[in-house]
Structure formats: C-alpha cells, structure tokens
Design a protein. Structure first.
Length: 263
C-alpha cells in the first residue's frame, strides 16, 4: 500500500504542527524547566571548583544530565496533553470537522512538539558550551554525540507519551510513560533477572517487558562523553536508527488507535 501526501495534506500537517508549536511555546512550564536547567548548568561551574582535578567531568556530567532531564520532562508532561487536552476541552470536534485527517492531526502534534523540544535542547546545549568555555575546560566532540542521542531519546519518550494519550487519560498516560521510561533504562537488568529466576510467570513478564519496551540505555552515553571518550560512529548511527524506528512504530500505532476512536 502506497501513501501519498499531496500539497493540501502537507499544508494541513504544517498547520497543525505550527499551531501546536505556538500553543506550546506559550506554556510557562517550558520557561521554568529551561531556566532550571540553565541555572543547574551554571551552578556546575561552582561545584566543579570544589572538586580538585575533576572540574571538567563534574561540569560535563551535570550539564548533560540537566539537558536530558528537562528534555524528558517536557516530552512526558507536555506530550501527554497533545491529544487529551483537545479531547477534554472538546475542541477535537472543531478540529476534525475541518479538512484535517486524524493521521495529520497526530503527526502534526508530534512534529510541533518535536520542534519545541529540539529548540529547547539546542538552547540548553548552547548555554552548556558557553559554561564549559568560560570555565576554561576543553569542549569534547563526544558531548555533541551525547546530546544528539539524548535528543533522540527525548523524541522517543515523546512518541510514547503521544501513543498513550490517544486512548487514556492524562494521569494514566503520564504514569505509563514514566513507567516505560524507567523500564527502558533497566532492560539489561530485566533480561538478567529473567535468565536467573525460576518463576515461570516472572520470567515471562520480564521477557515481555524486555522485548516490548525500548532499550533507552542504548541512547545513554553521557558517562563516557563527560570524560571525553568518543562514541564509535557505527554505534552512534545504530542507536539513532534504533530510536527512530521505535518512534515510527509508536506513531503508526497512535495513528491507528486514534482513527478507530469514536468522537
């Protein structure tokens, strides 16, 4: 089955994405979170001076952690409201009465928030680089690699939040997304536990979680990046492709579920 996107469909998609971008950028939570990250990045310089010989690593660790944390928080708590907010306000009826398909609505919402998240990550990373430069420490190329994978992780978490928001409430969507995020960073432990346990039910549950939940640990290279250890480009490309494939699957599932909802 081939999928064609004409000029009018593309215009509708861009319109939804642009409207989502404008609505989200007015959300005060974004400014609070970004301000918190910038303060944390700035404070890392002070903390680094308190640790003899470890200033660069401390600054890099805190900076990368702040960028990743704020990106994920925005992805979860703004992402879950992309669809549920429209449903709760009943504005979904007005939107879908226009020449906009449900697939265009979902993809437009995702693209709009994706632009916001990417812009915020770029802003925080720019401030992070300024902090490193002011502190007189070297700017490692591995930091760019770590932030790029952190951005892919944020896009993936955002897709998870959007997927759950197509069929559940805001609270339930946030809970499940947060659960998937935590499990995603524990997939290696789940596999190890499944191999060691003798309980058949526990082994089955752990195995299902291992294969269903995305392995977010593959996108986490902050530890080695903070020490200036570069990531192999083959790994970088594979991890990026892995994250984007999961995003595609989640968006496809979100579109299919949303098309079957009765409004």
């Amino acid at each position: 089955m081939s999928i064609r996107i004409g000029k009018s469909e593309m215009q509708s998609l861009v319109a939804v994405a642009g409207n989502t971008f404008r609505e989200t950028i007015r959300d005060k939570i974004l400014y609070n979170l970004v301000l918190f990250a910038l303060l944390l990045i700035g404070a890392s310089t002070l903390l680094g001076t308190l640790t003899i010989g470890e200033q660069a690593r401390i600054i890099n660790d805190l900076g990368l952690a702040a960028i990743n944390l704020v990106g994920v928080v925005i992805a979860i708590f703004v992402g879950i409201g992309l669809v549920t907010k429209e449903i709760e306000r009943r504005t979904i009826y007005t939107i879908l009465s226009r020449p906009i398909s449900r697939t265009q609505f979902i993809l437009g919402k995702y693209i709009g928030l994706g632009c916001i998240v990417s812009a915020n990550v770029a802003l925080m990373f720019g401030m992070f680089l300024v902090t490193i430069w002011v502190s007189g420490n070297p700017i490692y190329g591995s930091l760019f690699q770590a932030v790029q994978l952190a951005l892919v992780e944020t896009w993936l978490v955002m897709a998870i939040a959007l997927f759950f928001s197509t069929f559940s409430t805001s609270i339930l969507s946030a809970t499940m997304t947060l659960g998937f995020y935590i499990i995603g960073h524990l997939t290696s432990d789940l596999k190890s536990f499944a191999e060691k346990t003798e309980n058949t039910l526990a082994k089955t549950v752990m195995a299902v979680l291992y294969y269903v939940c995305p392995n977010l640990d593959l996108l986490n290279v902050k530890g080695q990046a903070a020490s200036g250890i570069p990531v192999e480009w083959g790994y970088q490309a594979t991890a990026t492709a892995y994250g984007l494939v999961y995003v595609g699957l989640l968006l496809t599932g979100a579109c299919l579920i949303f098309q079957r909802r009765d409004f």
